[in-house]
Design a protein around this ligand. Structure first.
Ligand SMILES: Nc1nc2c(ncn2[C@@H]2O[C@H](COP(=O)(O)OP(=O)(O)OP(=O)(O)O)[C@@H](O)[C@H]2O)c(=O)[nH]1
Ligand SMILES: [Mg+2]
Length: 258
């Protein structure tokens, strides 16, 4: 081998080693990186984005806790109460107020999600189909969804669609907090008996399901709900970094063996 050729080979090998080092150091290579656990304060929630479907959501990483339930069940109100921010999520007397997937960040890579409600007959069919698609896709495809708050009016809990959702979460090993909302509308005695009845009905699912009476108006059950949601959000999250091939010039590898 000539001196010039030898120099060229050494240079190529050096380049290949550098590229591989860069990859295995994790700058480009797919790897698993645990996030250090963070103390969560729901009061830090800040609006991030309203998305018509899951493709417009932030990257599917970290941890999300979603609020789901029938239209008018009190999802947005509960979010405002839990975050101590009156105007964070929009509330309305008219069912079907929340039509997009609303995202609120509480800490880096930790989010609360206000989902469109289901089961409201008066919404035009085409519109309903659109939201239900977004809702279904979110629930099925979002990997970072680690806890589901299912909100039901304490006076009419466990309707068919609520049961379908809870059953789906149980089958998917997703922990559920069943929040029985508007409990200020019932006497203490009636409230307790409703909570017991719902617990009994859900116990047969043998899943991680907690039941809590809640009032956004009177702050009933706020502390208990806050503790459960924060525990979910404070879990370690596994982050998967997809390789960004544009950062690596693979053409260098073709020098190998020259
Ligand atoms: N009394 C009482 N009213 C409540 C409570 N929570 C919500 N409401 C009322 O119920 C109505 C619906 O509340 P929202 O929070 O907008 O319900 P939502 O589930 O977000 O509804 P969509 O966005 O339409 O799916 C509003 O008029 C609220 O003021 C509660 O704890 N007590
Ligand atoms: Mg809403």
């Amino acid at each position: 081998m000539s001196k010039k050729n030898h120099k060229f080979t050494v240079l190529c090998i050096f380049l290949i080693i550098k590229v591989k080092e860069k990859r295995y150091n994790g700058e480009n290579f797919k790897r698993v990186k645990p996030l250090s656990s963070t103390k969560i304060h729901l009061t830090k929630a800040a609006f991030t984005i309203s998305a018509p479907d899951i493709r417009r959501l932030p990257a599917d990483s970290g941890i999300e806790v979603a609020f789901a339930g029938r239209s008018n069940a009190g999802k947005s109100s509960a979010l405002n109460t839990l975050t101590n921010q009156r105007g964070l999520a929009r509330i309305s007397k008219t069912p079907g107020r929340t039509q997009l997937i609303n995202v609120f960040e509480v800490a880096e890579n930790r989010r609360l999600i206000d989902l469109p409600g289901y089961g409201f007959a008066q919404v035009p069919l085409a519109m309903k189909k659109k939201w239900q698609k977004a809702l279904g896709e979110y629930l099925e495809k979002r990997q970072c969804l680690k806890g589901l708050v299912v909100l039901m009016d304490i006076r009419h809990p466990l309707k068919d669609l609520d049961m379908d959702l809870i059953q789906w979460a149980a089958d998917s090993d997703l922990p559920v907090l069943a929040l029985l909302t508007k409990c200020d509308k019932l006497s203490q005695g009636k409230r307790s008996s409703e909570v017991l009845a719902v617990k009994k009905a859900l116990s047969s699912l043998n899943a991680d399901i907690k039941v809590q009476a809640f009032s956004s108006l009177k702050y009933t059950g706020k502390e208990q709900a806050d503790a459960i949601i924060c525990e979910w959000l404070e879990q370690e999250a596994q982050e998967y970094e997809l390789p960004d091939e544009s950062d690596v010039d693979d053409s260098n590898e073709s020098f190998e063996g020259e």
